[in-house]
Design a protein around this ligand. Structure first.
Ligand SMILES: O=C(O)CCC(=O)C(=O)O
Ligand SMILES: [Fe+2]
Length: 318
């Protein structure tokens, strides 16, 4: 009999509510650990993010990407070291063996004043849209993502037997970037063309909001060589681990290859939230492990590889 592998779905509500029992919390910690070591991916329910807000965020994607190309280009991320703003279809190539990705994107992160800009840190570039159509919902959603990332990081470090206090420096001013994404319909038969080419995520943890019903995400399951589809279900987030966590935990928590093909018909919107920790932090899972690479150094190399840029050459301006 063949086993149908699926990305496990875990309900976090018993962990995130204040009055949860130690037993319930321990069970969730084990479930997350098991899924993250086996698949590097989980689907989560009971996360506490209002479904209305999730719907609004998908609406924000449509509103933003429907703007005239010139308006989007005026917000290009290429001009700033903080990497906030817009990228065109084909600007990123996540799989160097494939063609450029068929997606456009828009990065939004923590609001940092213009006099304090550095790599991944700086002011956002907001489109000229009514507050309630964009800035308002995005800001509210961003707070939810920060708090959920906090909870997930805590679950992950406890799963490895640590006290959550080890996260101190890592959580000082964590880089947490939303990336609004738009995939146009995929009509090509070219096997080298993807919405997002096969890749592992760069950093810490990713929380992905998918547009309900718009399937397209596939996760590579190495033991059987299968691409497992991850359905786009309303109110269910996909969580996966990036290369930093893989490296920091010697692969106990895996960063797994995945890709996107928008074959669902019509446009597809999604919003990953990339949580990397403080730019100056080193391994929080094994403090003092002798590896002095910082979050910033690691992410900078990954960005430069996939965008074909040299970010050290971009001046620190807004
Ligand atoms: O759009 C998706 O479903 C996934 C996007 C993704 O994997 C990424 O941006 O890293
Ligand atoms: Fe990804």
């Amino acid at each position: 009999m063949t086993v149908q592998h699926q990305i496990p779905t875990i309900d976090l509500s018993d962990y995130l509510t204040k009055d949860s029992s130690p037993e319930a919390r321990a069970r969730i910690i084990e479930e997350v650990k098991d899924a993250c070591s086996r698949y590097g991916f989980i689907q989560i329910k009971g996360h506490g993010v209002p479904v209305d807000l999730q719907r609004k965020i998908i609406g924000c994607c449509k509103t933003l990407f429907d703007l005239p190309q010139a308006e989007k280009d005026a917000l290009s991320l290429k001009k700033n070291v903080s990497r906030r703003g817009y990228e065109r279809i084909g600007d990123q190539t996540l799989d160097s063996k494939a063609l450029p990705d068929q997606k456009e994107g828009f990065y939004i992160g923590r609001e940092i004043p213009p006099n304090d800009i550095s790599f991944l840190r700086g002011p956002n570039q907001w489109p000229e849209l009514p507050e309630e159509n964009f800035h308002g919902p995005i800001t509210e959603y961003y707070k939810h993502m920060l708090s959920l990332c906090n909870g997930l990081m805590e679950i992950l470090v406890i799963g490895l037997g640590h006290n959550p206090a080890v996260l101190g420096t890592f959580m000082r001013e964590p880089v947490c970037n939303l990336k609004l994404l738009h995939y146009p319909p995929h009509n090509s038969t070219d096997e080298r063309l993807f919405g997002a080419g096969a890749h592992t995520d760069f950093g810490g943890i990713t929380i992905l909001l998918q547009q309900p019903g718009k399937n397209g995400l596939q996760v590579y399951y190495e033991p059987t060589g299968e691409w497992l589809p991850v359905p786009a279900v309303e109110d269910v987030f996909v969580v996966n681990l990036g290369d930093l966590v893989h490296k920091w935990t010697d692969g106990t928590y895996r960063s797994t290859v995945h890709r996107v093909i928008n074959a669902a018909g019509g446009d597809r919107y999604s919003v990953p939230c990339f949580f990397h920790g403080d730019v100056k932090a080193t391994n929080p899972f094994k403090p003092g492990d002798g590896n002095s690479e910082t979050v910033e150094e690691h992410i900078r190399n990954k960005f430069d590889q996939s965008y074909g840029t040299d970010s050290r050459q971009v001046a620190a301006t807004a």
